[in-house]
Design a protein around this ligand. Structure first.
Ligand SMILES: Cc1ncc(C[n+]2csc(CCOP(=O)(O)OP(=O)(O)O)c2C)c(N)n1
Ligand SMILES: CC(=O)[C@@H](O)[C@H](O)COP(=O)(O)O
Ligand SMILES: [Mg+2]
Length: 631
């Protein structure tokens, strides 16, 4: 590592540097980010875009006394490196290592835990007003991307902040990208601000700020000529009550620092909420990421000299790919099918669907609430919406699911990707709660495919229903079952016995069927693939209850309120009293790490399930050697 960065153990060290030292420091920091992410995997292109902004913010503001609140937090690696976690970057997103997102318990500089987007303005406003009430001398800064700005929550916060009297700065980090190219009218508006409105921006910044940025200064001068005699309309953000400043070049420290210093003075003189529009490039400084910021949004490990390469062996088909293929096939068969994503085209496997069916593809931006209700509107008019949404992000659209979809019993499919533990992103992204929060809603159903083949079949079943159905499937690949090409479904609400045994019956919901089968083989237990968390296959449940002395339920979801709870409730309703062991995710947040290790940690691998069943029902199992002897 080079010298300047090595000398920075906290922002205080940074603030001792001269202005001229910041340029080489930013270069070192960028190189460090590339080296470190290439060896661990993680979010890359967004972090390359925030190097100078991070240096400038910590240089000008008195952190952590002043609060920096990063939106999403996937762009905070430079911030982590400058705030004492340079060495920790080796452990990024690994079990026991540092998180890929800001965490209050990780550092006093991480003022607000994030990972779901568009919370920063609300949180920073709360902090700004809290310091006012408490009489504390601090400023609060929200740093939000143009993608995150598309969410309703960001606008709710602007609406509130614009009339609030706090020392609040909102920095819009506009790189003209979300994970995929950004969508919507706001994006178009920001592009207009970048071109036609530059004069208005320049008048606010003051020319001394622009002098350090020759290309922008030239542009401003040219636009000023055009603008002479024109009445310059206020920006949207001014209409909201902010003092709008910008746009300025977010990679130019000589623009950023004086501008931020001016803004700091404005905050200190209680001049109302400030809004700084900075323009950055996703992937800045690493040519491959600049050229393909989508691929480098969240890459795995790679050689920086070579970049991302296709794996030598064909990787297993993921559940996401199974969904993407099913969506295209079903769309070809059913002209009423429409596909909706809240800004997760790549992650949800919808790239091909958009290419083939552009008129039936809707990326609505980071707007889960809107996605659900928009789809409900489409369903009201007889279309068949398929909302592809990560389990964790559907949490944002919960009232919409109840009030707009379920209450009206609208036929729609929710393809819930990333159900269960997701690995490196950790607790914020785990799809731990969907079984619990969906199954309590009347009119809703939930399918839990055990493997890739069932995923396709159950999506077809869901699509054929006259009410809303969710299909939950995990991140990555399953066991590698061959996926049928037909669009035939499986029977609605029906499970199956996969292994006949005695004493104990294991009822598996979803992909944990496969470790459950291993356990069943070793313990001589029956294993049922339940397939549906709602409706439960009551007939199967009754049969299993009648022919076994105990039941074990297994799911990759929270035990409280989950599928195991559904079994307990059903048994109680039927007046059946046999003992039930409910296995699933415990009542705690599961941190980031390798998914297999995490599953083992919570006892949901074959070894853990085996041990739990033996511990609870020792007298009811007939291990393999005894069975063989008896036979
Ligand atoms: C509520 C929510 N929905 C979706 C996501 C997934 N997501 C993470 S980053 C991102 C794009 C954010 O774009 P922007 O704020 O412009 O930051 P950039 O990636 O351009 O740096 C999305 C859609 C999320 N984290 N939270
Ligand atoms: C920050 C964020 O929310 C996304 O970038 C997320 O990390 C993507 O996760 P997947 O890799 O599972 O698509
Ligand atoms: Mg962006």
């Amino acid at each position: 590592m080079t010298q300047l960065l090595a000398s920075i153990n906290s922002p205080d060290d940074l603030r001792r540097l001269s202005r001229s030292q910041l340029h080489p420091l930013a270069d070192e920091l960028r190189r460090f980010v590339i080296d470190s992410v290439s060896s661990t995997g993680g979010h890359l292109s967004s972090n390359l875009g925030t190097v100078e902004l991070t240096v400038a913010l910590h240089y000008v503001f008195n952190t952590p006394q002043d609060r920096l609140v990063w939106d999403v937090g996937h762009q905070t690696y430079p911030h982590k490196i400058l705030t004492g976690r340079r060495d920790g970057m080796k452990t990024l997103r690994q079990l026991g290592g540092i998180s890929g997102f800001p965490r209050r318990e990780e550092s006093e500089y991480d003022t607000f835990g994030t990972a779901h987007s568009s919370t920063s303005i609300s949180a920073a406003l709360g902090m700004a007003l809290a310091s006012k009430i408490k009489g504390e001398d601090r400023r609060s800064v929200a740093i939000i991307g143009d993608g995150a700005m598309t969410a309703g929550m960001a606008f709710e916060a602007l609406n509130n902040a614009g009339i609030a009297d706090g020392r609040l700065l909102v920095v819009l980090n506009d790189n003209d990208m979300s994970i995929s190219p950004p969508v919507g009218a706001l994006n178009r508006y920001l592009a207009q601000l970048m071109s036609g409105q530059f004069y208005s921006a320049a008048k606010n910044v003051g020319k001394q700020v622009l002098k350090g940025a020759p290309p922008l200064f030239e542009l401003a001068k040219r636009l000023e000529e055009h603008a002479k005699g024109m009445v310059v309309p206020a920006t949207l953000f001014e209409k909201f009550g902010f003092n709008y400043i910008g746009p300025i070049d977010g990679h130019d420290l000589d623009s950023l620092i004086p501008t931020l210093e001016n803004i700091r003075s404005l905050l200190d003189s209680d001049s109302g909420p400030q809004f700084l529009h900075v323009v950055t490039k996703k992937g800045q400084g690493y040519k491959l990421a600049e050229a393909d910021p989508v691929a480098y949004h969240g890459p795995g490990k790679f050689d920086p000299a070579v970049g991302l390469v296709k794996p030598a062996n064909k990787p297993k088909t993921t559940f996401t790919q199974v969904f993407g293929q099913w969506l295209c096939d079903m769309a070809a068969a059913d002209p009423k099918l429409v596909g909706i994503t809240p800004a997760m085209r790549e992650g949800s496997g919808m790239v091909e669907f958009e290419r083939r069916f552009p008129g039936r593809y809707f990326d609505v931006g980071i707007a889960e609430q809107h996605a659900v209700t928009f789809a409900a509107g489409l369903a009201c008019e007889g279309l068949k919406p398929v909302v592809a949404i990560y389990s964790t992000f559907l949490q944002r659209g919960y009232d919409q699911l109840i009030h707009d979809v379920a209450l009206q019993k609208l036929p729609m499919v929710f393809a819930l990707d990333r159900a269960g533990l997701v690995g490196a992103d950790g607790a914020t992204h785990a799809g731990a709660y969907d079984i619990a929060f969906v199954r309590c809603i009347p009119n809703m159903s939930m399918a839990c495919p055990a493997d890739e083949a069932e995923c396709r079949q159950l999506l077809s079943t869901a699509h054929a229903q006259n009410h809303p159905v969710t299909v939950r499937y995990p991140r990555g690949a399953g066991v590698g079952t061959e996926v049928p090409t037909s669009l035939d479904g499986l029977p609605f609400g029906k499970g199956e016995v996969r292994l006949e045994g005695q004493g104990v019956a294991i009822l598996a919901f979803g992909s944990l069927l496969y470790p459950a089968l291993e356990v069943g083989e070793s313990l001589g237990a029956t294993v049922a693939n339940m397939r549906w968390a709602k409706p439960l296959d009551l007939e199967l449940l009754r049969t299993l209850a009648a022919s076994h002395q105990a039941l074990v339920t297994v799911e990759e979801g929270c035990t409280m309120g989950g599928a195991g709870s559904a079994v307990l409730e059903a048994l109680q309703a039927e007046g059946l009293t046999l003992p039930v062991l409910v296995l699933g995710l415990p009542d705690e947040f599961i941190e980031h790490g390798d998914p297999a290790k995490l599953l083992a940690m919570v006892g949901l691998d074959a070894k853990g399930i085996d041990a739990a069943v033996r511990a609870r029902f020792a007298g009811l199992i007939t291990p393999a050697p005894e069975r063989a002897a008896a036979a």
